[in-house]
Ligand binder design. Structure first.
Ligand SMILES: [Zn+2]
Ligand SMILES: [Zn+2]
Length: 334
């Protein structure tokens, strides 16, 4: 039996360990991918920490996969062997529930999430349902493309949810999603105000390099009011800070899958038609729109690369906010 290297999570609260696993065999409708690169995401931390409570165990994490099709099974005819595809968090849906029927597959009652319900991309090979894979724009190499698949996609859905009348956009938490969405917002003519952990000079300088008009501490008020705010840091009090910073009718979008509790706040912060909303997952349509837009901006991803065996270090550094931009695991042999 052919085997592969994979980084395995045995249970929440544990570290990932290097394991030798059988190369998986595709089911009907699936493609077998040789993984070229896989982005690291804050959601991986929430799964490791047990904040998302239904993971397959043991589990291979990783849901921003750039891979090459090396095998297919009957029923999988969309991609040829040798084609490059991207695999996002939304791995499959039931296609039949009330949400799927209403074009809201991101809210499906029976979804399958990559690197959570099924093994993901921190391995040499992985499987994917071909209907949920994306062709990737040729403008990006494997490493550059990986962060587009969650940071980019979820960031883009969050950005669109903030409305299309944005003159000024606040972004709270300046990591992988923020650095991508700043470029989109500037391309579309918005002013961008970037908020980081108080005192995080390197993140603030990074935000300005990505085109932000202003960067400052998240406990400060921006120099002008915001039409919308995106919150990418999993910190509930930022919702209140963002509400305080918005104009009448302003929209505050929570882009993360997990967040600490939002403190109570006076109703007058919400008054005048301000909105708080969350964004959950993605639809394939979001992916198609975003991957079409990305090379036209053109979005440039700022990436720190880790070999497969060191993904644990990447996760630790992500938790501590030690690097700017996105972390990507590469499967190329050194
Ligand atoms: Zn993610
Ligand atoms: Zn469904």
């Amino acid at each position: 039996m052919k085997t592969m290297r994979a980084m395995l999570l045995d249970a929440p609260g544990r570290s990932l360990r290097l394991a030798e696993l059988p190369v998986p065999t595709p089911e009907p409708g699936q493609v077998l991918l040789k993984v070229n690169a896989c982005g690291v995401c804050h959601t991986d931390l929430h799964i490791m920490d047990g904040e998302l409570t239904q993971p397959k165990l043991p589990l291979v994490l990783g849901h921003q996969i750039v891979g090459t099709v090396v095998g297919t099974r009957s029923g999988a005819t969309r991609f040829q062997s040798g084609e490059r595809v991207g695999v996002p968090w939304l791995g499959a849906t039931d296609g039949t529930c009330r949400y799927c029927n209403r074009g809201q597959e991101n809210l499906c009652d029976h979804p399958s999430f990559t690197g959570y319900h099924t093994d993901g991309g921190f391995a040499e090979y992985t499987l994917a349902d071909e209907r949920y894979c994306f062709p990737l724009p040729p403008d990006y190499n494997d490493i550059e493309a990986a962060p587009l698949l969650c940071a980019g996609l979820i960031g883009y859905r969050s950005y669109r949810m903030a409305g299309n009348q944005l003159e000024s956009l606040g972004i709270y938490g300046f990591g992988a999603a923020a650095h991508i969405i700043t470029q989109v917002a500037k391309f579309e003519g918005r002013k961008v105000f970037a908020f980081t952990r108080p005192g995080d000079q390197s993140a603030q300088e990074f935000a300005l390099r990505q085109g932000a008009d202003w960067a400052g501490d998240s406990d400060r008020e921006p120099p002008e009011k915001l039409d919308g705010a995106l919150i990418f840091a999993p910190i509930g009090p930022l919702v209140v800070a963002a509400l305080k910073a918005t104009h009448k009718g302003g929209v505050v979008v929570c882009g993360g899958i997990h967040m600490s509790d939002i403190p109570t706040f006076p109703y007058n912060l919400l008054w005048e038609e301000r909105v708080i909303r969350s964004v959950a997952n993605l639809t394939r349509r979001d992916g198609e729109e975003f991957l079409d837009l990305a090379p036209r901006v053109p979005i440039r991803t700022d990436v720190t690369v880790f070999p497969l065996e060191r993904v644990g270090e990447a996760l630790d550094q992500l938790r501590d906010g030690q690097f700017v931009g996105a972390a990507v695991v590469t499967l190329e042999k050194a």
